[in-house]
Design a protein around this ligand. Structure first.
Ligand SMILES: NC(=O)c1ccc[n+]([C@@H]2O[C@H](COP(=O)([O-])OP(=O)(O)OC[C@H]3O[C@@H](n4cnc5c(N)ncnc54)[C@H](O)[C@@H]3O)[C@@H](O)[C@H]2O)c1
Length: 249
């Protein structure tokens, strides 16, 4: 049985995970961490992990980048593994996560769905095949409550494409400020926000007289919750290191 501390337990993702765990006998939530300490799910909820006296194998974090300051010292001092799903982390925070992974197992993915990770492999292959002849643009769409833009997933896709190309592209987020033609070695990244869109990511390869579009649509938040629970089971008891969806798949 994998014992989990659920960080951001009272948020949208936290609530989906709580519901799924109720019917999974191989995992249990021993404590929730949230600045909103309402107990909605039959486990204790704290706003600071010093108030939790039990022991967990893994923390699953779907909360806010600020929470990382609370999680890093706790994971380091207790040896608790960490599944980091929160997006919008700063460069400094990503570096600190890397340092933590020298001491405990850390799993990080800006997108916990299996489908998006398959899309990653497909677009890398497409980018290699089409390099030099096709312009690459990424369009992502999310609900109107999302704070960060572009999405962590869009950046993850752009980084994957960049790794696959021999000429490293620059990222262009806004064509409004500069009036000039698009250059060949750039990836345009565009964020659309509205309504209750769960998440769409489309990669467009536009060449002369032909266009290839590879798109993933998330129909519900459950796909991310399922992936994060699988990730928690996967890294529980693993050696220190930085793990990804590619490792798990
Ligand atoms: N990696 C993925 O697959 C994936 C999928 C969906 C969402 N996300 C990310 O997960 C995060 C949460 O998403 P959500 O839709 O559940 O958001 P949400 O706003 O509904 O929930 C966030 C929760 O975190 C709590 N919180 C905020 N600051 C906190 C702090 N400093 N300490 C403790 N708790 C704090 C809030 O009270 C809230 O309950 C976002 O960064 C989102 O982009 C990642």
């Amino acid at each position: 049985m994998t014992k989990v501390i659920l960080s951001g337990c009272n948020g949208k993702m936290g609530q989906v995970i709580s519901r799924l765990v109720e019917t999974d006998e191989s995992v249990s939530i021993v404590c929730g961490l949230d600045i909103n300490t309402a107990e909605k799910n039959g486990y204790p909820v704290v706003d600071d992990l010093s108030k939790f006296e039990g022991k967990a194998d893994v923390i699953i974090d779907f909360s806010h980048p600020d929470t990382l300051d609370k999680l890093l010292p706790y994971c380091e001092s207790t040896g608790t593994a960490l599944v980091m799903a929160t997006t919008g982390l700063s460069e400094g925070q990503i570096e600190r996560l890397g340092k933590l992974s020298e001491k405990v197992a850390v799993f990080r993915s800006a997108n916990m769905s299996i489908g998006i990770n398959l899309l990653m492999s497909l677009v890398k292959k497409a980018a290699q095949t089409l390099e030099g002849d096709f312009d690459i643009e990424i369009v992502e769409k999310h609900h109107n409550q999302k704070i960060d833009a572009p999405s962590g997933t869009a950046l993850m896709i752009a980084d994957g494409i960049s790794e696959a190309l021999t000429t490293k592209p620059g990222y262009v987020y806004d064509r409004h400020a500069v009036r000039k033609k698009r250059s060949a070695d750039e990836i345009g990244i565009h964020a659309v926000r509205g309504g209750t869109i769960v998440g769409e990511h489309e990669v467009i390869f536009a060449g002369n007289d032909e266009i290839i579009e590879i798109k993933h649509t998330a129909m519900s938040k459950e796909i991310f919750a399922v992936g994060s629970i699988r990730a928690a089971k996967f890294i529980s008891g693993k050696n220190p290191g930085m793990y990804s969806m590619q490792d798990m798949m």
